[in-house]
Design a protein around this ligand. Structure first.
Ligand code: HEM
Length: 493
């Protein structure tokens, strides 16, 4: 007699076994790709365990690439790729972002970082590209004026005082304030900007809100509401000041004005209401600008403070410039053309972002419906694929001793070698979703480095926990870097 229930159980078990084990491990197209862990083809448990508590698992992914090559499987529907072919296919092939990014919308309205579809994204990006382009940044009178205000009126007196008192200060916290004040000054004008360089209380409150929001800590909703309120009030002040002629001491709300004007003229079905769309975008730039600047500048100060020879070499290059902002002389506007052309400064910045990329983790995208071929493997549509700056920057055949901070590796190289290194350097991403603020960030960082290291020598007092945290934006685990300053004249004596 045919035992129907038994037969049913048997067939179901075989089918399930085929669907969830035999097919993914032996038959599917992905089965040809080396798994980062033996369970990866059938389960996402392994990668999920590496990503617990906001971690990205980048060290385990990097270890898997070292063992298995440029493409590895992380889970039944996720791959990591670390190669030039991967970069080209995924990022210039305009694969769309994964839904993970949609959580980064502000005020419930998408912005450049959080938009998933490429079409609305590229419309909005085009509206902003002009004010973030290299040529605009190089010649912007507003940027020169806001740099003068922030550096001469706000930063230098604080640094001067720190040098005179020889009291240690937390560079990581000050760098966060610098990122915020530079960003809000460019977005909204100096008359409407934050003043976190001088106002420690306001700095701490707002930065705690960013921390609580981005890490999803208890109180996240309240922190989000307070940040929304802050950005809406900054937008309101910028809106009012863009209507009137500004006094000589204020810069224009460059980005706010540009986006408001372009959105209201566009006539296309772009986000509504416009004021919230602008505010969402402004909060996005503020968040993107603060942490990345802070992390980069802090690691740069740390590496330079560990090696007084490097500092001296940088300073001798900086002193070839015409006189710059200094506490003792009349304020001079930095000529950005001259600053941008300094080779050692450029090498130091590139190397800091290579070794300590502020966002070292995978930047996930989805393969298009028709699938894709990456590194010779056929990958079906709907699979999450991503590349990471951490893995790209640590290819030893391109960057020998890849974990060592060595700015000289960028100098005196042949055209061919230099081009190869540039292609593997991925600090700002690439393709249509590449960093919008890369030229602004470079400007801000270079002007700050020139100001600090033309005038002062930095020394480490406490760098406990300086190693990079495993998170999407990866600052020092200890969330601090205590430094002291000495005036350059005293160093020479
Ligand atoms: C050292 C400084 C910076 C680094 C290393 C950096 C890095 C990056 C990277 C790697 C991406 C790509 C993210 C992804 O594809 O998921 C990105 C995107 C972005 N960054 Fe930056 N960034 C920096 C500074 C800034 C600044 C100052 C701004 C201010 C405007 C900014 C605004 C943005 C925006 C709006 C995007 C999204 C672009 C898009 O999707 O079209 N970033 N950044």
């Amino acid at each position: 007699m045919l035992n129907l229930p038994l037969l049913f159980t048997l067939v179901s078990t075989v089918l399930l076994l085929y669907r969830y084990v035999i097919y993914p491990v032996f038959v599917s197209q992905l089965s040809k790709i080396p798994p980062a862990h033996f369970t990866a083809p059938v389960s996402s448990l392994w990668i999920r365990s590496k990503r617990r508590n906001g971690k990205t698992g980048i060290q385990s992914i990097f270890a898997a690439h070292n063992r298995l090559g440029p493409i590895v499987q992380l889970s039944p529907n996720e791959l990591s790729v670390a190669s030039l072919d991967g970069l080209r296919q995924i990022y210039t092939g305009a694969f769309e972002k994964t839904v993970w990014y949609s959580e980064l919308a502000n005020l419930g309205i998408p912005n450049l970082v959080s938009m998933l579809e490429n079409k609305p994204h590229s419309l909005q990006k085009r509206m902003l590209s002009h004010v973030y382009s290299k040529s605009y940044i190089r010649s912007s009178i507003d940027l020169q004026e806001l740099s003068r205000v922030l550096i001469v009126e706000r930063l230098l007196p604080i640094l001067q005082k720190a040098a005179e008192s020889a009291e240690p200060f937390d560079a990581y916290s000050l760098n966060q304030a610098l990122g915020a004040d530079f960003m809000t000054s460019y977005l909204f004008g100096t008359g409407n900007s934050t003043d976190f360089i001088r106002n420690m209380k306001a700095r701490k409150e707002t930065m705690q809100n960013f921390r609580t929001k981005t890490r999803g800590l208890p109180g996240k909703e309240k922190a989000s509401r307070e940040l929304d309120a802050l950005i809406l009030s900054l937008c309101e002040s910028a809106g009012a000041s863009s209507q009137k002629t500004l006094s000589g001491a204020s810069s224009h709300p460059v980005v706010y004005s540009e986006l408001s004007t372009r959105l209201s003229k566009s006539g296309s079905p772009l986000p509504n209401p416009i004021n919230l769309a602008v505010a969402s975008e402004m909060l996005d730039h503020l968040g993107a600008g603060i942490e990345t600047t802070r992390i980069t500048l802090t690691y740069l100060q740390w590496e330079l403070s560990r090696d007084s020879g490097l500092q001296a070499q940088l300073r001798s290059e900086l002193l070839t410039l015409p006189p710059l902002f200094s506490p003792s002389s009349e304020a001079n506007l930095p000529n950005y053309g001259d600053i941008d052309g300094l080779p050692f400064l450029e090498a130091i910045l590139k190397e800091i972002i290579r070794v300590y990329p502020p966002s070292p983790a995978l930047l996930p995208r989805v393969t298009p419906q028709g699938g894709a071929v990456i590194e010779g493997y056929t990958i079906p549509g709907g699979i999450t694929v991503g590349t990471s700056a951490h893995c790209m920057h640590r290819n030893p055949s391109v960057f020998p001793s890849p974990s060592t901070f060595d700015p000289f590796r960028w100098l005196g190289k042949s055209e061919v070698k230099r081009r190869e290194m540039d292609r593997w350097w991925w600090g700002f991403g690439s393709g249509g979703r590449m960093c919008l603020g890369s030229h602004f960030a470079t400007y801000m960082l270079k002007v700050l480095i020139v100001t600090i290291y033309s005038n002062f020598q930095t020394e480490i007092v406490d760098d406990e926990g300086i190693e990079q945290e495993d998170s999407f934006l990866a600052g020092p685990k200890g969330e601090k870097l205590m430094l002291t300053l000495r005036k350059v004249e005293e160093v020479k004596e």
